[in-house]
Design a protein around this ligand. Structure first.
Ligand code: AGP
Length: 604
């Protein structure tokens, strides 16, 4: 998730921009840059890696006059983390920074290139500044050109643009990606992607709505809405607690990351869905030439998303799929054939066991793909191809949005391969794509739902253990729910296939054994229901999560009526994530930094 800052005023613009970017470091990034327009001249600096590299580059740059400045930390989605791909992006006499994804950038870029525009980067963002300058040539003002440019963009964006012809102005536009503007008594204007860079600088802020655009000058803040009507700013008081601001007001990063799954999954989907086709512009379809099997390899939560993927690859793409725990796979002298596509899954891209299996596959000349959340990580650099999950930085050690975006990518990839192998009719692919578009809504957390789980969690603080049970693709979700609970509550939990309980574990059934049963309406409901009834008959304490009321449960969390089990999957995923969080809170544990755990296990 990129970070944006902007400043218009007479103070030290460079210091304000750099300190603002520092406040956004928690969002994660792999490059950064600033551009300052003062006295009619631009100075711009960009650096890969940490902000200290940018500070080093700008140490002799002085900003002691009225200036318009913009800054950016980049979390790569299109194009590798390089200086050329870092923002701000430049045209002839303008600079732009952008957070989000311009879905129609390829079309715009093709047209601009045909008109002789030279692109320096691989990013989608660069089209904005060139499109603006193209419009500037035909407009009566920079604002008219900016307005036309914004109207031509599709996708999600938070944009700041400065241009030489209006050197005391910053233009802005917001749609789908967050951005706010702050003012103070000194008539300064501050922009940022989130609160923290503005805390201590200004007191009144306006959070832009989707479709808002406009400009600021020393004495003006002009906002226009998506109907092109001028609107008055809606100022609110800025919070003063930086850590709380970094958590968007939530108690924990994990809680924030559960709540932002809806937003980040929208990013994961952006630019990849057409009516009856999935597009991944970062891979070639030839990756699947000669492939008869997919082998997925990962650890922990990423292993659970890989298990979920195996059901979808076999069901939709009709391709033989196997799943391996990386720490096991690397030592069991596996047979590896070259008609196998080796896929590693990793949020960090640095997990030692998973990385080693990727090296094994490379040594055996298998084609390799990594599904990862961190561009330029070891696995991304090593694999033949990579698909980024675009979850933004995940700070909670217990993974949530990384898992959600991994499963989303796999659902899309299974349809992508189904199209290649002609294993699904276009109509079915189109139906599934309509379902994919509903995922962001299915993971939204409602206050009522969260409150119910918070209340219910008080009953699950003891006992001699938990079973999370599910069938088919809900079995990996059961494993994931159990892992979440273990990780942050330190209570013992197992994920188990519902149908396996009668082969031994049911001997544990008694009122102190807590079973969390996933009962989707659209996948093997009757079978799973009878498994739960077997446990209920033996007096196990049962919490059923289902759209269908289940009167033999001790606790019941009713989920929505969806048209497909995969949407039930995502909604139930949020329930088990919140349940583990609220149990952990009641036990007084450190939700974000659980004992004995590290966010990325880079050792064996
Ligand atoms: C997930 O909640 C855990 N923190 C852990 O299992 C994690 O998924 C595992 O270490 C793999 O990490 P990776 O996805 O970065 O490779």
């Amino acid at each position: 998730m990129c970070g944006i800052v902007g400043y218009l005023g007479e103070k030290d613009t460079k210091e304000i921009l750099l300190s603002g970017l520092k406040e956004l470091e928690y969002r994660g990034y792999d490059s950064a840059g600033i551009a300052v327009l003062q006295d009619g001249n631009f100075n711009s600096y960009k650096a890969v890696g940490k902000l200290v590299n940018l500070e080093e580059k700008t140490k002799d740059f002085v900003t002691d006059k009225f200036a318009a400045g913009i800054g950016h930390t980049r979390w790569a989605t299109h194009g590798k983390p390089t200086e050329l791909n870092a923002h701000p992006h430049v045209g002839q006499s303008s600079y732009v920074v952008h957070n989000g994804i311009i879905e129609n950038y390829a079309t715009l870029k093709k047209e601009l290139t045909s008109e002789g525009v030279k692109f320096l980067s691989q990013t989608d963002t660069e089209v904005i500044v060139h499109q603006f300058e193209k419009n500037l040539k035909k407009s009566d003002s920079a604002f008219e050109a900016f307005t036309k440019t914004v109207s031509e963009l599709e996708g999600a964006y938070a944009i700041l643009l400065v241009t030489k012809s209006e050197d005391k102005t910053i233009f802005f536009a917001k749609n789908g990606s967050p951005m706010l503007v702050g003012i103070n008594e000194e008539n300064e204007k501050y922009f940022a992607s989130s609160d923290t860079p503005l805390i201590g600088r200004c007191s009144d802020v306006n959070y832009f709505e989707d479709g808002d655009y406009g400009f600021v000058t020393k004495n003006q803040l002009a906002i226009f809405n998506k109907k092109n009507a001028k609107v008055e700013p809606k100022f609110t008081k800025l919070s003063t607690n930086k850590l709380s601001a970094q958590k968007d007001g939530h108690r924990f990063f994990m809680e924030k990351e559960i709540y932002e799954q809806s937003t980040v999954i929208s990013d994961t989907l952006l630019g990849r869905l057409r009516d009856s086709q999935v597009l991944f512009d970062e891979i070639e379809s030839s990756l699947f030439d000669g492939i008869n099997e997919i082998k997925l390899c990962a650890c922990g939560t990423s292993y659970h998303s890989a298990l979920s993927a195996s059901y979808m690859f076999e069901r939709y793409a009709k391709i033989k799929t196997s799943v391996e725990v990386a720490s096991e796979f690397r030592y069991r002298e596996p047979v590896m054939t070259q008609d196998t596509l080796f896929v590693v899954i990793s949020q960090s891209g640095e997990t030692a066991d998973t990385l080693e299996t990727l090296k094994m596959a490379k040594r055996n000349n298998l084609k390799t793909l990594v599904i990862c959340n961190v561009d330029n990580s070891s696995m991304v650099r090593l694999a033949d191809a990579s698909i980024l999950t675009r979850a933004g930085v995940e700070k909670g050690v217990a993974s949530t949005k990384a898992f959600a975006t991994q499963v989303t990518v796999f659902w899309m990839l299974s349809l992508y391969v189904a199209k290649l192998k002609n294993s699904l009719a276009d109509a079915e692919i189109a139906r599934q794509i309509k379902l994919l578009r509903q995922v962001p809504a299915s993971v939204k957390v409602t206050d009522d739902r969260h409150e119910r789980i918070k209340r219910l969690s008080k009953r699950y603080l003891h006992g001699h253990g938990f079973f999370f049970i599910g069938r088919d693709v809900f079995f990996p979700l059961a494993l994931e729910g159990a892992l979440k609970l273990k990780e942050i509550s330190y209570l013992h939990a197992e994920g188990y296939p519902s149908g396996e309980m009668k082969h031994g574990p049911i001997a544990l059934a008694d009122p102190e054994l807590f079973t969390i049963a996933l009962l989707p309406q659209h996948l093997l409901y009757e079978k799973a229901k009878s498994n739960v009834e077997e446990l209920s008959a033996r007096d196990s304490t049962i919490c059923v999560i289902s759209p269908i009321v289940f009167d033999k449960a001790d606790d019941f969390i009713q989920t929505g009526n969806h048209e497909d089990y995969m949407l039930e999957f995502f909604e139930m995923m949020v329930v088990v994530q919140l349940l583990s969080l609220e149990i952990s809170v009641r036990l007084g544990n450190d939700v974000d930094m659980p004992r004995n755990l590290a966010k990325s296990v880079t050792v064996e």
